[in-house]
Design a protein around this ligand. Sequence first.
Ligand code: ADP
Length: 286
Amino acid sequence: MIPDNITKYLQDKMGVEATNSVPVSGGSINQAAKVETRSGIFFLKWKRDAPERFFEAEANGLKRLREADSPLRVPKVYTYESDAGGYGNFILMEFIETGGGSDPSSFGAGLAALHTVTSNQFGLDEDNFIGSLPQRNRRHPEWSSFFIEERITPQLTMAVDSGKMDRQDVKNWQRLADRVDDMFPASKPSLLHGDLWGGNHLYDRNGKAVLIDPAVYFGHPEADLAFTKLFGGFQRSFYQAYESVNPLDPGFEERVPVYNLYPLLVHVNLFGGHYIRQCKTVLSRY
Ligand code: ADP
């Protein structure tokens, strides 16, 4: 079931013959499969109409998370290709076997450890993607200007241009934008997963937490934690363990909807539907 050109790539470029492939569901953007070969088992993800640099950006993000050397496991990437190479758009990485139970405490503590990797500016040295949408990471010395200019404004503009959000929403956002600098507590720019909903982590055979499908950048650590609360699914012990390493400033819960305007707008732009009303409601509250 994997595309012929990828099977050919495995043979021609890697000398690997796929003996079996099993579709893997759960992603919202790409097609994926577990690929069995005589040289081992791989996880393959592909997308026919991927934007330029799509899987390169994912590979770079995973590499950066691996190099952070936190207690969290991150799959090793073997290769990625784009249409330009003639084999289609795909990424090939280590297959993570699951089924060893879960350990939310070590996940929470591991995420706090990841957040101790810092930079001198918010942003990243390259742009990447969130879902299939572009994510711009121009560097800013202040979190508030990064959040306004690189996160909310591009997504809100996209939503207005497609008619999903309107002028009143923009007005409401401008009112909130004037106040965000006072809302966010000071923090160093921390290495974030960047797309930390429940579907973007696994637990391996040893119950160790594994980060997948990131949209990395150096940001406010509260943004990663707020993301976990957008759809839920993270246990109390995860938050307790996180806070035992990296205590949150007072008022975090009230800031969560502000951070989550970003993933919410991403969902408005990707899927529309009920996310539009939800986003308008948050904006009208400020
Ligand atoms: P998408 O980019 O489409 O959102 P994901 O990267 O989230 O796709 O992957 C889809 C699903 O595949 C995940 O929900 C997870 O269950 C599984 N998965 C992702 N990466 C791996 C991996 N390295 N090994 C095994 N399974 C994986």
